[in-house]
Ligand binder design. Structure first.
Ligand code: UDX
Ligand code: ADP
Length: 475
């Protein structure tokens, strides 16, 4: 077959690049895959013998790494050399929201993508297929193409003839925590592009484990927009159910019952209807803000306003939770001990990007609370960074007023606590001994369950006060 891929280079060894390449390596033993990253610390973590020290936690990932690493999957910081040798290059670098300049707060910062494209333009040899994996704004492929084409015109005519590029969009739909399952059994694989040979070459890789009917081909712009749209629709469902949750609390309804009632309507479906502390993760907010920016740019302010509402609701919802806690604790939490269970943006990941826990904890600290934070996978350094290391340090002197402590043993941390707030649905939190907790907490003590994870009957049987997200039926 024309364009049979033998060497892949993946630029970016993060939450997308790492697991995606591991799964491709597992099912494509004939392909040599080099995952490269400029972050040498990250690369050395990927190469650690002890698989519990991989830079990202993802169930099942360690087993695949064990079987493929050093055989057809390699991690290295030699970016240029690996670009040069590859016949297919995946771009899996970070694309956070811009913090300054044109489009600040909404548009994606493409500086890392642009830097990648320039590196590829300089070092690639022969015919190279470039695959966009990062979540990108619509028409980024055009930017990449322009950079690649521009670089060719600067070369001598001899060199010009031997370099050629094709750009494909192949957005990633994996969800953290279930990344390996999502990659191995995807609902669909989307490939956007113009060149049939390039599309065929990428399809052949996926066909090693994905049924043909699940590989969808579209034009490149539809593929880029489909990724943003999928995330926007999912996030919209969460804001919708969280808005209804607030109404449930006010009216005596229970959001779980409402979700079940509407989820059985096959047109609505049951997934993504769990009310929680608000959506987090690296994609939802960023992708919606991208849609907002695009809509404004193309003169569609009503469309922009519609999607902006989804993010506004999420921000309001996070504030609502911290305000509610202050209210329940007699209007002040100054000097009160609150145990926070969970800091990751969801269970089964060590990722904290855009986690609701960040804003909620900051708000509680601003109100003067003493936070005792537990998370089975998020390290203290990460929590410190997220809570703004310059303001709030782990174990900082009480005199400064702003501080938090790490919790390793949940039961002992509950001693003299005024409240417990559950923010991530880790299994560890579902079987806490609330009877014992009640004996050692300071009364009147509260349990705030923002994930509906604890057994409400057990709590209500103890003498703890209980609040559960979206549950207006608790008296
Ligand atoms: C998301 C998309 O699901 C995935 O397809 C895309 O590739 C990347 O973005 P991810 O961010 O890993 O994946 O997590 P996801 O499971 O979608 O959850 C996002 C947030 O929504 C989490 O904070 C989660 O707790 C929250 N959520 C999810 C809810 O509050 N309720 C739900 O019912 C589902
Ligand atoms: P994602 O969730 O999209 O995978 P991450 O932030 O986890 O995002 O990973 C992106 C990775 O891309 C980071 O480890 C970063 O160091 C890497 N990266 C960014 N730009 C470049 C570049 N020009 N060359 C190599 N690696 C890069």
């Amino acid at each position: 077959m024309k364009n049979k891929i033998k060497k892949i280079c993946c630029i970016g060894a993060g939450y997308v690049g790492g697991p995606t390449m591991a799964v491709i390596a597992k099912y494509s033993p004939d392909i040599q895959i080099n995952v490269v990253d400029t972050n040498e610390k990250r690369i050395s973590q990927w190469n650690k013998k002890d698989l519990t020290l991989l830079p990202i936690y993802e169930p099942g990932l360690d087993q695949i790494i064990e079987k493929t690493r050093g055989i057809n999957l390699h991690f290295s910081s030699e970016v240029n050399k690996n670009i040069e040798q590859a016949d297919m290059i995946f771009i899996s670098v970070n694309t956070p929201t811009k913090t300054k300049g044109l489009g600040a707060g909404q548009a994606s910062d493409l500086k890392w993508v642009e830097a990648c494209a320039r590196q590829v333009a300089s070092f690639a040899k022969g015919h190279t297929i470039i695959v966009e994996k990062s979540t990108l704004p619509v028409r980024t492929a055009e930017v990449i193409k322009n950079i690649l084409e521009g670089s060719k015109s600067k070369k001598s005519s001899e060199e010009k003839d031997i370099k050629s590029f094709e750009v494909l969009s192949n957005p990633e739909f994996l969800s953290e925590g279930t990344a390996i399952r999502d990659l191995e059994k995807p609902d669909r694989v989307l490939i956007g592009g113009e060149n049939t040979n390039a599309i065929e070459a990428l399809s052949q890789i996926y066909l090693n484990w994905v049924p043909k009917e699940k590989i969808l081909q579209t034009n490149i712009w539809s593929s880029e927009l489909a990724k943003l749209t999928a995330n926007a629709f999912l996030a919209q469902r969460i804001s919708s159910i969280n808005s209804i949750g607030a109404l449930c609390e006010a009216t005596g309804a229970d959001v779980r019952e409402v979700a079940r009632a509407i989820g059985t309507d096959s047109r609505i479906g049951a997934k993504f209807l769990d009310s929680g502390p608000g959506f987090g993760g690296s994609c939802f907010k960023k992708d919606i803000l991208n849609l907002v920016y695009l809509s404004k740019y193309f003169g569609l302010p009503e469309v922009a306003k519609f999607w902006e509402g989804v993010v506004d609701l999420n921000n309001w919802h996070q504030k609502r939770i911290s305000e509610l806690i202050v209210k329940k604790l007699f209007g002040t939490i100054s000097g009160k001990k609150i145990v926070i269970l969970g800091f990751a943006f969801k269970a089964n990941t060590n990722d904290t990007r855009e986690s609701s826990a960040i804003q909620i904890c900051k708000d509680l600290i601003q109100e003067g609370a003493l936070l005792y934070i537990h998370d089975p996978k998020v390290i203290s350094e990460q929590i410190c960074n997220d809570l703004n290391a310059s303001l709030i340090k782990e174990g900082e002197s009480k005199d400064k007023g702003n501080y938090w402590f790490r919790v390793d043993d949940i039961t002992s941390s509950l001693k003299d606590a005024d409240a417990v707030l559950i923010l991530t649905e880790w299994d560890d939190y579902s079987d806490i001994n609330w009877d014992l907790a009640s004996k050692i907490m300071r009364h009147p003590a509260w349990v705030f369950d923002a994930r509906s994870i604890v057994d409400s009957k057990k709590i209500l049987a103890s003498d703890l006060n209980f609040w559960r997200i979206g549950d207006g039926s608790i008296i």
